[in-house]
Write a protein that binds this ligand. Structure first.
Ligand SMILES: [Zn+2]
Length: 303
């Protein structure tokens, strides 16, 4: 082997080592860069979620001014319903259609009028209420019960960033509401509706954990399959509410309609008589309050 050949051989040997080594090095650098990017993205997502929760909670005040309770008919409450209805296979199997009118976030300046309309049509509904200690709201909690409607729990504070912080804070909030309602009305409530529904995306706690807690306590929760559209922060007309509520109603044997009882949601009140009339005009259809016989609509499965 002459000198030139030897040098060539040495070079080849070096290249054989350098090429795989540098390939590994490049891959390693790539991994680190990607890892850092992923970490950054996750951090930003966390920050976004943190800032979204309170923002959502405050996006709509109850309209009661000084009460300081936020009604937060959040994004999640808008998500479910009509769009679901379109995709769902209509339930078949005859029998009576059951329609549940449910009002979240009350009592409010509109509760009295809602109760008057329900009484006028002899219709019972379900109120998923929040905790309002002010004197003027106390008779409204009592009226809900006395007039045969179902008093149910939503959240004491309705502040997403507090109640969904941990299981403990959720339990604390719900217990506070349960005791408050018991002291006010003598009713020990067992029906709940999670703010934002069981499928909300703001909870830091796995919702299954909270659902398991409710089951342990012999409580049940109720989502919805029809949205009135009144959760939107922009104005929605009474006509649109009636349309939203009734467009797919015939597809369900059991329909749980989500509405809101808040002082700034006058079109909900305006829509109510027409909505009730439309439902009552449907064949084999009954408007009922939620009871133990109600088959609960759940957005996520229990396990
Ligand atoms: Zn709510």
């Amino acid at each position: 082997m002459d000198a030139e050949q030897d040098a060539h051989f040495q070079l080849m040997k070096r290249l054989l080592v350098i090429i795989p080594l540098s390939t590994i090095l490049i891959l390693l650098i790539l991994c680190i860069v990607l890892g850092v990017n992923l970490y950054e993205a996750k951090r930003e997502l966390r920050e976004l979620r943190d800032s979204a929760a309170p923002a959502m909670a405050m996006s709509q005040t109850s309209g009661d001014g000084e009460s300081g309770v936020y009604t937060a008919a959040g994004v999640d409450e808008v998500r479910h319903g009509q769009s679901d209805a379109d995709g769902d296979v209509p339930e078949t199997g005859g029998g009576e259609r059951k329609v549940y009118l449910t009002f979240d976030d009350g009592p409010s300046g509109n509760t009295g009028e809602i109760l008057d309309i329900l009484a006028e049509y002899d219709v019972k509904a379900t109120f998923f209420v929040v905790g309002k200690e002010e004197e003027r709201y106390q008779p409204l909690y009592k009226r809900i019960v006395e007039e045969g409607h179902t008093l149910a729990m939503h959240s004491y504070s309705h502040k997403y960033n507090e109640i969904y912080q941990s299981k403990e804070s959720f339990v604390e909030d719900l217990t506070k509401l349960q005791e408050f309602l018991y002291n006010t009305t003598g009713v020990w409530c067992r029906y709940c509706r999670f703010p934002g529904g069981s499928s909300n995306t703001v909870s830091r706690v796995d919702m299954h954990e909270l659902i398991a807690y409710l089951e342990e306590q012999d409580m049940s929760y109720f989502d919805w399959n029809i949205v009135s559209g009144d959760a939107s922060s922009t104005y929605i007309s009474a006509d649109a509410i009636v349309r939203n509520c009734t467009a797919n109603l015939q597809n369900y044997q059991e329909a749980v309609i989500l509405m809101h009882d808040a002082s700034d949601k006058n079109s909900t009140v305006e829509a109510l008589p027409r909505l009730i009339e439309r439902i009552q005009a449907m064949e084999d259809t009954k408007i009922l309050p939620i009871t133990d016989d109600t088959e609960a609509i759940h957005h996520i499965s229990n396990d």
